[in-house]
Design a protein around this ligand. Structure first.
Ligand SMILES: [Ca+2]
Ligand SMILES: [Ca+2]
Length: 143
């Protein structure tokens, strides 16, 4: 997985899992920033700096094959600085919001270089759920 910060085409903070790392169907994998609160870290499968995201950065998830890296999913538009973030105002704005893939989306965005409109593939968690106590984290991450 690679992070493309602030419109860059050069990846930073790459994350590589062990060979044959497989996510079970229906499972989730939570990556939390090293500087997050202990409460949030408690939900992490992994602590990593690839989460240095503040709204205007792109992610690309690859499957590594002998023939090269194959894009499996992406978020944002690689090489494009959207200003503060993508999606304008509203719950799917990529700044200070939690976005969850729509249940109707059954495959990844395998073109990291085309235009990105988060509302097409994501549902935004309303801002009122930010900065809530543990109960809300449970609702968001474990339900
Ligand atoms: Ca950024
Ligand atoms: Ca795309």
């Amino acid at each position: 997985m690679e992070l493309f910060a602030n419109g860059s085409t050069n990846p930073t903070n790459p994350l590589t899992w062990d060979t044959e790392t497989i996510l079970a169907a229906g499972d989730t994998y939570v990556i939390v920033n090293n500087n997050a609160s202990d409460e949030l870290k408690a939900y992490a499968d992994l602590l990593h700096g690839i989460t240095n995201f503040n709204g205007d950065d792109a992610f690309v998830l690859y499957r590594i094959t002998p023939e090269g890296n194959v894009v499996q999913d992406s978020f944002g538009q690689r090489g494009v600085d959207p200003g503060a973030g993508w999606g304008g105002s509203g719950d799917t704005y990529t700044v200070d919001h939690t976005l969850v893939r729509k249940s109707t989306v059954c495959q990844g965005d395998t073109d990291p270089d085309d235009a990105f409109e988060p509302a097409l593939e994501y549902v935004g968690i309303p801002e009122r759920y930010l900065y809530q106590p543990r109960q809300s984290y449970n609702e968001l991450f474990r339900s």
